[in-house]
Write a protein that binds this ligand. Sequence first.
Ligand code: AMP
Ligand code: ZN
Length: 487
Amino acid sequence: MFLAEDFVLKSETRNSQSEILMLKFQNTLSGKIEEFQPIRQGEVRFYYCGPTVWDYGHVGNFRSAVAADIVRRYLEFKGYKVTHVMNITDVEDRIIAKSQEAGLSIDDYTAKYIEALWEDADALGLKRPDIVPRATRHISEMVNLIERLLANDHAYKSDGSIYYRISSFPEYGKLSKINFAGNIVGGSERVDTDKYEKEDARDFALWKEPANETEPGWDSAIGRGRPGWHIECSAMSMKYLGETFDIHAGGIDLVFPHHENEIAQSEGATGKQFVNYWLHFEHLKVEGETMSKSKGNYYTLRDLTAKGHSPRGIRYFLLSVPYSKQLNLTFDALRGAEKTVEGLRDFHARLSEARTEPGSNDSLHQATERALQEFEEGMDDNLNTSVALAAIHDLTRHVNTALARKKLGAENKRELLELFSRFDLVLNIFGEDPAESLDNEIQTLIDERQEARRRRDFGRADELRDVLVQRGIVLEDTKDGVRWKRR
Ligand code: AMP
Ligand code: ZN
């Protein structure tokens, strides 16, 4: 039950502690919750370590991708102009091995997974990053950066490969807070294939000479080879966002060694602070366990939709727990999330169609203002989405009471719908289902192809079939017409 006194108390608290309205982040670098201050007023430069396109994205990857989407959307909600960069890692050991197994070039092998990535991202309602650099398209930027590191002794050649000299960067470890006095190996790749002599076991590869004739490589001023995994993010983030930028994010697994190595590479080359705020998203687990193919608890987004789960329900599930906490995927919880988000959408539809009385219901007006305040306080607190969602659920209860009593003022309805549109700038759960709009697009292509066949324009029909095949759509002619499904 809403009491006017509550509101008065709250607003006094808020006024006396105006810093409460400041956006705060848990910064891995300082280990503290910090107020966010961008380098340039009103602008945020934001880099998210995106996927390695060796396979379809799994639901854990999408937990981080949704978290990055929320970071970007909330910054925009706060009025910042955001430049959001997400890299695609399209060359590394697994990709090389898989493409060779399939007898394909790296580009041909990864094309399918990049296409799938955008389908999945659209289905989940992720805003497209402004810039999506691919590693294979930035080899010369990486080579330049490695040349700078060689020139100032942060890197050395050994046989045909090039390594980062960790002993040259005394601040190594400042992000992960790992004490390197012991013999922890700092530079191991995901799959450590470094086989040449390193000065120090901790050193990591910047550039790898191909081990044999068949391994891919690029000819460059530093010899023929391919980049180590870490160098791409230093080179591409600094290219698009500058040598010092505001926010760098990724899953918690990347703190060490990936992000620690990015700092060593970038700061080693520029002598400037690389990133001001480092955000790390806790992992998604399945039934309390780490996801792995061998345990049989590994799910791509496609696996979940094939089981009948809706992308919207999955999005709601992934964002419902703050990024700073582990998220445990259980099928009960996922079904619960689907029910909740459908309930919210039904509520929104009922509100849109509700009859009103003239004027404004004052207690509802106050509940509306309070919901915005609580939503923002929750999100300002290191993006606490569960507090933000609780504010919305509270508000729906107030509105339902008003609807039941036929006490919805026209003014209330207007401000409520406006508020839900604002919430949706961040959450993106009330609007049109992106999967539905995608399905409509595919249906239009199929109809167009049928029409071309009727006209006996088989050239056009084949063209359209190719477009559909490229998008992973399988067509099936049945007696009731053409059916389609995703591969
Ligand atoms: P990858 O494709 O392995 O390069 O990962 C892409 C992004 O997903 C990175 O930001 C990872 O940190 C993140 N990630 C990987 N596994 C998980 C997981 N289980 N939960 C959340 N994020 C993850
Ligand atoms: Zn990265």
